[in-house]
Design a protein around this ligand. Structure first.
Ligand code: THU
Length: 129
């Protein structure tokens, strides 16, 4: 699975976003340590604070299927600027990230930049293993 392909899968997952309040659709494609891909989209709510980002949707799907370690995640939106995971999603990713987890941030034209989670969330608070 190339990074480019993962971005395309995230863009496809974006089509299932439920974002009637913000109109901002986001998709994510998460690769687990077992090599499986889990997709996610943002799911909003009339009570706005109850919304869930695409990244966390993907993580929670995967963890609830038994996954515990992730190697990369691609994120896509309709924006012509790069999309980055929010602070809460960075923290949630850090709970299950392997040491070199890659965060692939894309623009709506498919261009992408790759970061490590450590770059986006240095000195993360972790309590495990
Ligand atoms: N959102 C995501 O799903 N992922 C991000 O990385 C940033 C923001 C969602 C949350 C909300 O549904 C909408 O985008 C607007 O903030």
């Amino acid at each position: 699975m190339t990074e480019k392909e993962l971005v395309r899968i995230a863009a496809e997952a974006k089509k299932n976003a439920y974002a009637p309040y913000s109109g901002f659709r986001v998709g994510a494609a998460l690769v687990s340590g077992t090599g499986k891909i889990y997709t996610g989209a943002n799911v909003e709510n009339a009570s706005h604070g109850a919304a869930c980002c695409a990244e966390r949707t993907a993580v929670f799907k995967a963890v609830s299927e038994g996954e515990r370690e992730f190697v990369s995640i691609a994120i896509a939106s309709d924006s012509d600027e790069y999309i980055f995971p929010c602070g809460i999603c960075r923290q949630v990713l850090s709970e299950f990230a392997n040491d070199h987890m890659k965060i692939i941030c894309s623009k709506n034209n498919g261009e992408y930049k790759v970061y490590t989670l450590e770059e986006l969330l240095p000195n993360a608070f972790r309590k495990r293993r």
